[in-house]
Design a protein around this ligand. Sequence first.
Ligand code: PLP
Length: 446
Amino acid sequence: MTIAPNSIEARDIAYQMHPNVNLRTYEKSGGLVIESGEGIYVTDNSGKRYIEGLAGLWSVAVGFGEKRLSEVAKAQMDKLPYYHTFAYKTHGPSIELSEMLISIAPVPMSKVHFTSSGSEANDLAAKMVWYRSNALGKPDKKKIIGRIYGYHGVTIAAGSITGLPRNHQSFDLPLDRMVHTSCPSYVHFGKDGESEADFTKRMLGDLEDLIQREGPDTIAAFWGEPVMGAGGVLVPPVGYWEGVQEILRKHDILLVVDEVICGFGRTGKMFACQTYDIKPDVLVLSKQISSSYLPLSAILMNDAFYQPIADESERIGVFGHGFTASGHPVATAVGLENLKIIQERDLVGNAAALEEKFLGRLNELAQHPVAHSSRGVGLLGALEIKPFADGKPGDAAAAVAAALQEEGVICRAVMEAVCFCPPLIITAEQIDEMFDALGHALDTVA
Ligand code: PLP
């Protein structure tokens, strides 16, 4: 792309430092300038329209341009644009959203605490795990087990639990007390001739070995996404979550489930904890909680988790954590309206009803000579691309994603896969439109 002097692209390069790019490459290439969005589509500054096949960043459940959300935001802005939840103050929107979240939680939960991003929520959950261990008089029970290729954000604790090298390198992460167990992706790490059930047994064996090596009494919590998202839509093998929970119970280790991507219908149930029968002590939520119209995240905790923390705050005199924007009234009002839309339009039912079509089309495309295999659940899926014989890792998937963007669909290339996570409002016809374009993109790359 040629970048005209003083164009919006040139000004972007001149003044903005972007996340998650090769900064030197960005200085030359610039980025795609998106100007508007409607339904599952976004439009760039040249007027070209794209299907947002990743719902932004796995986020925009109700689609773009949802007037109910902009109207609720305006009404809340006019009434009370800002207030906080510190120092014995509170407000209606944060209370109403807390109540709603507790009512739909996949397991009985006691309290909600708001933050503004998935990273902050995971960071806070880690701090609360440590605070709780101190409260229980177990100061040595502090280690956290994450997983290789797990993603929980980029702040210091969350980034340390994340198991992706690109988020650790040169940042001096991970923290010593974060350890990582194997990535349970059968398609990537299953050995030749190993059945899926045997693979699961090996993954559980790795977890048990890690716990024994570190010392069960030193480990406070295990962190996991039900389906690893940013690691490349890595679905768990059969029996995995059942086995993990059994091991954690045996060693008195807390389970923190990160549903920042999976929550609010993505897997065809309101929560992936229901899809995979997972019973978390702490549940981390963001993204589809507000369709990312405004930054919002939350952690839900059960009573056994909450009570020692409340006792400790009484002893110390304060629970010394919180942000200026914790429970922000406009963000929580938008979050509540967004969840009402998800419920009223049965977008969870839509994801469940379209799962077969969505995964079926991906599976058909997996037969293309350029593709290796497909995987997914609900409206979350990935197509694994065969690496180029003479390319660098990830080149082939990046080439498919670029060709697909030309075809008018935005997706996300992660390692050797292209990932799809469309808005939950998508229709069967639009799934065809998206994957017909993917077929053409595969032909281009072949
Ligand atoms: N947890 C998961 C599972 C995520 O996918 C993400 C972001 O993609 C995060 C946490 C971090 O969220 P944020 O980017 O809002 O900090």
